[in-house]
Design a protein around this ligand. Sequence first.
Ligand SMILES: C[S@@+](CC[C@H](N)C(=O)[O-])C[C@H]1O[C@@H](n2cnc3c(N)ncnc32)[C@H](O)[C@@H]1O
Length: 212
Amino acid sequence: MNQSDINEYRQVWDNRYGNEEYAYGKQPNAFFAAQLEKLPAGRILMPADGEGRNGVYAATKGWDVTACDLSAEGKTKALELAGECGVSINYVVGDLMDLDFPEGHFDAIGLIYAHFPADVKSKLHHKLITLLQPGGIVLFEAFSKNHIPYVTANPKVGGPKNIDMLFSAEEVATDFAGFDTILLTEEVVMLEEGAYHVGEGSVIRFVGRKPL
Ligand SMILES: C[S@@+](CC[C@H](N)C(=O)[O-])C[C@H]1O[C@@H](n2cnc3c(N)ncnc32)[C@H](O)[C@@H]1O
């Protein structure tokens, strides 16, 4: 993505997060919350954390959270939510590609509905892998390439309509090649996340451990 594409994309998300309501609600994604329970708390990176429902949840569970998103409006809402929950998180506004942390800094990375344009999604995954320590865990849930009929039938379930921004299990396995796959599935799930993820959708779920 060039800078003008990024600015346009940022505007879309700032508009969505500019409302008083939390677009995807204040509760964490159910899969993320369930998987996080199984891990000892440490340092977690939440790329594309939006209004912070997942990053803030991780902080309430004792994690040291760094969130990153293009949207300054997202950051404002996330810090409000953190305040309501009595926790603090570090939230960086900017392009994930520019994140500047030492290699291997994080114990876990939570990629929840972190959809990116086709030309950057694998590059971003590869960059994020460098920030994960050996033995670190990736928790991933996002819409699958089979999601299009669901969002066509019910626009309230949300998700990209551009198939290149959606994921297949093969793509995820390729991006995270070499990881121990703890779980990799494609499932139809019922989402009730704020006003923008409501109804049945097809998702990819992945839990993987970076090799030592
Ligand atoms: C569907 S929202 C998901 C928000 C959040 N993960 C959740 O589940 O509530 C996608 C988010 O990706 C962010 N995003 C997209 N491309 C990005 C990039 N290159 N760098 C940082 N954030 C990005 C958007 O700003 C938006 O907040």
